[in-house]
Design a protein around this ligand. Structure first.
Ligand code: PMP
Length: 366
């Protein structure tokens, strides 16, 4: 017997690569290509570093109040964390404690099974249909809780609020968590359903639509009682999860609604244009309402395209997993970045058609 027998052994989540090289076109972790709201840089520049000797407000009240005002809810309905990963992890620990398996889609955010394993929560996956849509009837079986992203990741597929409500209606006695990391790019939030369902938790993030992945800010909104239970668990793990700059700068970002709307509109416009161009090159994909597109080329293996892109300093995301091993998830960047991607893909697909690309082909960007 050794100490190693007592280790809590887990297979960790693998995050997308953060290349150290300069001049990489980084379309692999769904960050926003535009900077945060201009007020954020101004506030950061004038920040009083003397305040850093003190612990931050454990309730993150400045940020919680800004979010409550923006989403027209009580501050008692808002919980913030270190990225939505932290919020989701706390929510798993708090609400998925019923003994029965929790349910989530078979193709989804690959952190869910990691948290379930870490916290010893049994789980069962429900197969999405051929078009990567949720089949709500699958969520009618006995379970210990339900979680799904909407839009889903990595597919970008959005489920209507009718589908979300059907799942809520069939699951009144467990927590239902809707992970809305990508909802600001054309989806519709489940927040209005909070009035009808006290077991709903809506989770969102500043990492994508608010261009602040580097500050790690996530939040959720739910019934006051749910938020109280979440805080009890959070304060049993770490009182001071969110640092002071994140609290101040996050609140500033929320206040600039015009900038937020202009950035998300720009991403949506670029996404729709790129969809058309990718189609012309023969790519197929489910319709995305997120800031990424999940593409397959019927004639060229995804892994081959992934490696060729990487060789040419264009990073996208690829998973060698069931159902998705022939797809690539491409984050929507600036128009210029997407034009460089499309230019490369155009040349690559043409060369492949001529029989030139056998996996070793390199099409260097000019
Ligand atoms: N949910 C989904 C579906 C995601 O894709 C991500 C990003 N990896 C997150 C949550 C977590 O993002 P963050 O912790 O940066 O808020």
């Amino acid at each position: 017997m050794s100490w190693e027998d007592k280790v809590r052994k887990v297979t960790p989540y693998v995050a997308g690569e953060q290349p150290r090289k300069e001049n990489v076109i980084k379309l692999n972790t769904n960050e926003c290509p535009y900077p945060p709201a201009p007020g954020v840089a101004k506030l950061a520049a004038g920040m009083d570093c003397g305040r850093l000797r003190l612990y931050p407000d454990p309730d993150a009240s400045t940020l919680v109040n800004a979010l409550a005002e923006y989403y027209h809810v009580s501050p008692k309905q808002v919980f913030v964390g270190v990225g939505s990963d932290d919020v989701l992890s706390m929510a798993f620990l708090t609400f998925f404690n019923g003994g029965k398996p929790i349910l989530f889609p078979d193709v989804t955010y690959s952190f869910y099974d990691v948290w379930a394993d870490l916290y010893r929560i049994p789980y069962r996956t429900c197969a999405l249909d051929q078009e990567f849509h949720i089949r709500p009837e699958d969520y009618r079986q006995p379970n210990g809780g339900v979680i799904f992203p909407n839009p889903n990741a990595p597919t970008g597929v959005f489920e209507s609020l009718d589908v979300v409500e059907r799942i809520l209606r069939d699951n009144r006695d467990v927590a239902v968590i809707v992970d809305e990391a990508y909802v600001d790019f054309g989806g519709e939030s489940a927040l209005p359903l909070l009035k009808k369902y006290d077991n709903l938790l809506v989770v969102q993030t500043f990492s994508k639509s608010r261009s602040m992945a580097g500050l790690r800010i996530g939040f959720c909104i739910g019934n006051e009682k749910m938020i109280r239970y979440l805080n009890d668990v959070k304060f049993s793990v770490n009182s001071y999860t969110m640092n002071l700059p994140s609290q101040i700068l996050g609140a500033e970002a929320v206040r600039d609604d015009a900038y937020f709307k202009s950035v998300t509109a720009k991403i949506v416009a670029t996404r729709e244009r790129v969809k058309g161009e990718l189609k012309k090159l023969g790519f197929v994909f489910p319709d995305s309402k997120a800031n990424f597109i999940f593409v397959t080329h019927p004639a060229i293996p995804a892994k081959q395209i992934f490696l060729a892109l990487r060789e040419n300093d264009i990073y996208v995301r690829y998973w060698e997993r069931p159902r998705i091993a022939n797809s690539l998830r491409i984050t929507v960047g600036t128009d210029e970045q997407m034009d460089r991607l499309l230019d490369f893909l155009g040349r690559y697909v043409a060369e492949y058609g001529k029989g030139g690309a056998d996996g070793s082909l390199q099409v260097h960007n000019s």
